[in-house]
Design a protein around this ligand. Sequence first.
Ligand code: FES
Length: 151
Amino acid sequence: MRRIAEPFQDTPGGLLPALHAVQDALGHVPREGVPVIAEVFNLSRAEVHGVLTYYHHFRTEAPPRHVVQVCRAESCQAMGAEALMAHVQLTLGCGGHGQAHGSRSADGRFGVEPVYCLGLCASSPALAVDGEPHARMSPARFDALIAEHIA
Ligand code: FES
């Protein structure tokens, strides 16, 4: 981690690019790296932690293997996105229904995130599995999709 952060040490505002570089290299910015990064930039751990948690782009845990993004924008809301989100979370063991920034299964295998429009409004409700969008989704269609996709 030190090796990744040090090239940004003397750059004004170098903390953010350093955090991006760490996440690009490791897939996340491990919490145990905060003291190392703080030392590189001569900042307190609280300052680094503050930046890390302020930007939702940064993850402090390894990303889940599979990510399901459920659209919660207007058209999908009108077509049952809330119920779909609840079903997806229950099915994948990603509790925390209603969490604004997503949730993940206890084993880290699945993550569920809200998104706001996938461009499939005419075929709502929509979701994406590992970046691949799917329209006219229902709980039953999701079950079939996930069995096929993950099997
Ligand atoms: Fe859901 Fe546009 S509102 S895809």
